[in-house]
Design a protein around this ligand. Sequence first.
Ligand code: FAD
Ligand code: SF4
Length: 647
Amino acid sequence: MLRSARNNSRIPSALLRSTRSVRSVITPTTKSSFSVLASKSLHRNKPATSRLRPAFAIVRSFATIKDATPQQQEEADEVLFEPREADEIDVCIVGGGPAGLAAAIRLKQLDENDELRVIVLEKASDMGAHILSGAVLEPRALDELLPEWRDDPPEPLTMVQSEAMRFLTKSMSIPIPEPPQMHNKGKNYIVSLNQVVKWLAEKAEALGVEVYPGFSVSELVYDEETGAVKGIATNDQGVSKNFQPKDSFQRGMEFHAKVTLLAEGCHGSLSKKVINKFDLRKDSDPQTYGIGIKELWEVPEDVWKEGFVGHTMGYPLDSETYGGGFMYHFGERLVSVGMVMGLDYPNPWLSPYQEFQNMKRHPFYANVLKNGKCLSYGARALNEGGLQSIPKLSFPGGALIGCTAGFVNVPKIKGTHTAMKTGMLAAEAAYTSVVEQKAQLEAAEEAEEEIKLAPIQLESYEEAFKNSWVYDELHEVRNVRPSFHSPLKLLGGVLYSGLDTFLLKGKTPWTFHHKTTDAAATMPADKYKPIDYPKPDGKLTFDILTSVSRTGTNHDDDEPCHLRVKNGHDLDAHTAKSYPVYKGVENRFCPAGVYEYVADETKPEGVRFQINSQNCIHCKTCDIKVPTQDIDWTVPEGGDGPKYYMT
Ligand SMILES: Cc1cc2nc3c(=O)[nH]c(=O)nc-3n(C[C@H](O)[C@H](O)[C@H](O)COP(=O)(O)OP(=O)(O)OC[C@H]3O[C@@H](n4cnc5c(N)ncnc54)[C@H](O)[C@@H]3O)c2cc1C
Ligand code: SF4
């Protein structure tokens, strides 16, 4: 029996025996016993890392060192930096969201003789547990991927039956025309995307994909000779907050792959590195983002309107702030209510969380929610840059798929279908290249020759994207979101978008650009007045900690803070740069109360910066919006983070 790293639960010896065999079967074509483990681990409610640990990750009795002597530190470093074990696979997919799972499914559909090893690594403890969306699902990509999906659909699945678009003033709700791209009635479905992802993971597994929830991928592994990405490494487990190995320490594991597909969703932490390393954004605009905040409610029968989709603009957002609200009635008396707010808002006193609470006070929302019950809460950033902000998609050894590249159709507020389709296109390109490489390797083996193959470069995926319906869709709406940057702000944007979506349909010779990042768009606090948000009533509106408790989020107290402040986590240096100008903007943009400035007279600014990383819900807003750009969101231990329910 082996003790689990995180919760001291016991790993059955049968599983341990199967992990032991992994050591001797590391070949590209042999299915290792990891797949056996994966199938056992997929739907359990524990981090798979602890169960999936191979036999070589021996539990050490290593005390956590607080004030280490140089010798103790050296010993600790020997453990921390010991070489990792590596496994050879064909395609490694980082992120088990719609993009990653669609790619995995397409690969195994093409691999009719079951010769490829395809793995999906997901940081959530359970598939779907980190997924948050609206969600109205346009089924176009799903129809192409699994044409028979309606025979065994994900639950709940509610066809859109009616829809409305409103402009809100503080108390009024004025009907406005809905752009044609936003029509959902009779063709799209209201779903819980985290349930859809669980369902997709089952489909992938049934086709032979190895699906590993509970794995945070923390590093890309590069080929020393070519500089190409040759795979990934998972995060070490059992490291203390002082970066010392604990008794439960387990070194991460490497997966070497012919192709690595990054499917991390919006603003992926590895994608960020790869974009910089290979200068993938050289010919594109900066990416811009929104933050989406959402609650799931159960409401009384008399206010629930099955299949209703409502979208609003205006109140409570000011004319400098892009965004709007949504309300989707689905399942059994369930209502998803949320707000998406552009992160290019200049006023640092704004709090997206409080704006969302305000939005629910409007009668359009309050009349539905007031006698209901809030069941869950969550938040996630989403891309808003559109076509002109998509970076180069391929790099030596892999590619970006889904929202980590940025395929959201902003006027539609939809990115699931485009994420899935780009995953499928990348999979098709990867399949051809991997099969070719395998054939070359086999021929060389037969001829007893040693060959070093050039890294795979998925240029054909880039081409396939340009010839796809995803490109056409994004091209048509490319000017809508940037039109809100004009000097006329909201009014200019509404007028131009109306013209563009109803008449021009993107067939103009010009393309508007995003000139700046969301961080740089933030203005100093002294340019605006502080905002006094009303107190929550605990029925319709809630304080932030009550909401966080509805996310189920958790991170070990004694693990390194995954929100790394640059220059050696120097919180005082961050405070000196940020606080005098932005007066605690971090506290207001974070939808989970992670950042605090606590009064402290011993500090020059009179405050101490505190990071309550246990509360983090992995929305990535801090990394995007912090004006000083010195907070780096990194992956925590696998299995940490929210445990979203029906989001
Ligand atoms: C509030 C809101 C409302 C939305 N409404 C709609 C809608 O109505 N319709 C629609 O079509 N789209 C909607 N979207 C957009 C849609 O959710 C996304 O386009 C879609 O989820 C993108 O899929 P993805 O697979 O690219 O990324 P994601 O769904 O974000 O999945 C990425 C996965 O990768 C995992 N991951 C990330 N990094 C790592 C790592 N390093 N190691 C291991 N795992 C990792 C994450 O935990 C996650 O599970 C909405 C988004 C938001 C935020
Ligand atoms: S700390 Fe950052 S990623 Fe975590 S919830 Fe707050 S803003 Fe989001």
